[in-house]
Design a protein around this ligand. Structure first.
Ligand code: CO
Length: 170
């Protein structure tokens, strides 16, 4: 797992061009890692691969995880909602983040078939926005108030040191 401070988490990930065997392997690795780490979602940069691929499982393993390749948010609601968020790349920190309550997303599945998710809400809406942010190098701590961020500044500084060291040997 790449940790806060690792430069790959700040890069804009590349679009997937080939829906080939290596993509299928990446998707499988993401799903396995997400389950092992008990996460709601995981984006490829978090495991060191700067491609626009993410997986989400808002049901805790009850349904097949959603596979999102080259995803785009096509609409989001004016109405925002606050909720607690965490991230496998930012262990030990959770903060309230304000995000649109509804989003629609356009994406491709692992076989290259286009699909849409219309007006996702609740945990799914939040996870979609969180994971899509990862593909643009944005982390949830960027979206909190300056006051909230100040409260975790010390922890983030420590994590960043770990993240940078880990990145060097990865
Ligand atoms: Co995350």
């Amino acid at each position: 797992m790449r940790i806060y401070g690792d430069p790959i988490l700040r890069k804009k990930a590349e679009s997937v061009k080939n829906f080939d065997k290596s993509l299928a392997e990446l998707v499988d690795t993401l799903i396995v890692t997400m389950k092992q780490e008990d996460g709601v979602g995981l984006a490829a940069p978090q495991i060191g691969c700067s491609l626009r691929v993410a997986v989400i499982d808002p049901t805790g393993g009850e349904e097949e995880p959603l596979v999102l390749i080259n995803p785009k948010i096509t609409s989001s609601s004016e109405e925002h909602v606050d909720n607690e968020e965490g991230c496998l790349s930012i262990p030990g920190i959770s903060l309230k983040v304000s995000r649109p309550s509804l989003v629609s997303v356009h994406a491709f599945d692992r076989d290259g078939n286009e699909y849409v998710i219309e007006n996702a809400e609740g945990l799914l809406a939040r996870a979609l926005q969180h994971e899509l942010d990862h593909l643009d190098g944005i982390l949830f701590v960027d979206r909190v108030s300056p006051v909230a961020r100040q409260l975790v500044a010390g922890k983030l500084k420590k994590l960043a040191k770990t993240g940078r060291e880990k990145a060097k040997v990865a």
